[in-house]
Design a protein around this ligand. Structure first.
Ligand code: PSU
Ligand code: MN
Length: 313
């Protein structure tokens, strides 16, 4: 793989787990994981189950998982089992950190979980190329200009994000338009329609369909290693058929959640966690079950893509 100049995070601000450090030294594949899904995306104990299953899955595929988080003012890349449990149980004190929130969390020595944006920002600087998550943030409904910082980070940070598409709590067509405007490649993994998280078959076309992990690795190699484009890459993997939700049930839950969000006058970065919780409550936990299966499936694909990428000479 070609060597590029990667901006570094000062040593006193970043802590690598022994496993991640070892993998870095040996040039082995590492897959990043975010922590906002643990603190703001799910409740205990499902958040803990998800976090540990993701790590296990990536290890079983022969890659090293690196969950990223901010603890007492330091960036952590790779967490041990005890820490994962501790964060899952005591999530209320964590600041939800997008990229712009990282400096404050470090300066004030706070605990912070990282969103897709912040995780990408850190992963790139830690030399990690592939990052697995569930759903990305995007353009919300309405005229409030609520556009997730995830999309901006995707436009400027060369990390590949494996996701299940976007939840339709978002305005999916506008989210895709935004990604097009900012020149972020959107890959449909074995699909022609951009998946909408709970259901595999969305209504919007993806521009590039790739059918295997090896092809995705070749695409990443061309984009980042050969052409040195600076954008992120979004790979959307449809939820496995047996895990998907009933479309009409989810659509109804989402429209109820959106109405309640308006009524409760929720603003800013509280909107996404509020909607996720409402949808889960309305579907009586069913959406969370789908969520877990989907992310674990993404972890399998992400680890395979990462390994393929490291095999390209
Ligand atoms: N969508 C989900 N689950 C999540 C999130 C989004 O289906 O857990 C989290 C991710 O961490 C994502 C963040 O990066 O919410 C986006 O928040 P916002 O819309 O405030 O940028
Ligand atoms: Mn927002």
């Amino acid at each position: 793989m070609s060597h590029e100049e990667i901006p570094e995070i000062p040593e006193d601000l970043i802590v690598y787990s022994p496993e991640v450090l070892q993998a870095k030294k040996e040039g082995k594949p590492i897959v990043a994981l975010e922590s906002t899904i643990i603190t703001h995306g799910m409740e205990y104990p499902e958040n803990h189950k998800t976090a540990t299953q993701l790590e296990e899955t990536i290890k079983n595929e022969g890659a090293t998982p690196a969950t990223i988080c901010i603890l007492k003012g330091k960036i952590h890349v790779g967490l041990d089992k005890d820490t994962l449990l501790d964060i899952s149980k005591n999530k209320t004190g964590f600041i939800k950190c997008s990229t712009r929130d990282i400096p404050y969390a470090l300066m004030a020595k706070k605990n912070g979980s990282t969103t897709v944006a912040a995780t990408m920002w850190i992963a790139y600087r830690a030399g990690i190329k592939v990052f697995v998550t569930g759903g990305i943030g995007g353009v919300h409904y309405g005229n409030d200009m609520d556009i997730s910082g995830d999309l901006i980070e995707l436009s400027r940070t060369p990390v590949t994000v494996i996701c299940g598409g976007a939840k339709s709590i978002l305005d999916v067509p506008r989210t895709l338009e935004f990604l097009e405007t900012y020149n972020v490649p959107v890959i449909g993994f074995n699909c022609d329609k951009f998946p909408e998280f709970f259901f595999a078959n969305g209504e919007n076309d993806v521009k590039v369909r790739l059918n295997t992990e090896k092809e995705v690795a070749e695409f990443i190699h061309m984009t980042h290693n050969k052409l040195k484009q600076k954008c992120g890459i979004l790979v959307a993997v449809p939820v496995p058929e047996e895990a998907g939700c009933d479309k009409s049930l989810i659509k109804k839950a989402i429209s109820e959640a959106l109405e309640e969000c308006k009524k409760d006058n929720v603003k800013g970065n509280k909107i996404t966690p509020y909607l996720l919780k409402k949808v889960n409550d309305i579907t009586k936990g069913f959406s969370c079950e789908t969520n877990i299966k989907l992310v674990v499936n993404n972890a399998v694909k992400g680890a395979k893509i990462c390994k393929s990428l490291f095999e390209i000479k």
